[in-house]
Write a protein of this length. Sequence first.
Length: 164
Amino acid sequence: MSIRDEISRVNERHAAGFTKGDLPMPPARRFAVLTCMDARLDPAKFLGLDEGDAHVIRNAGGLASDDAIRSLVISHWLLGTQEVVVIGHTDCGMLTFTNQQLQAKLADEAGADASSIDFLPFSDLDESVRASLRRISESPLLPGSFTASGFVYDVKSGRLREIA
Ligand SMILES: [Zn+2]
């Protein structure tokens, strides 16, 4: 069965029992999560989130990239969130390559010139979370009252560790 058929089948069952169609748009718990796209991370599960609770912004690495900041600005100014939790994780794929390597792969295998693109890989996990926290706190687009805290999720234990 194709992915398309699989998800359609599962979604039919989901919709048949769906009862949360009247939730308001602003997140009820007034916070946002910024984390990695890694398939092993299920933020709703490990943070105890229900539909409507929080914004979950995901990208490769869970980084406060320009686009993540864009989402946070909308999350805060238009939808009322007051803080963000930035969550990196152990064994992150972003620790496994350099810009140069990925640029070379794209050149070799796709004939694409990605030489000017920063894919934002990192070599220090805790520092990557701290750098995202700094970007958020230093952004002129977010107020000082918008607090940011950082964690690392351990993919082996399922446990969060706070980043000081
Ligand atoms: Zn990751």
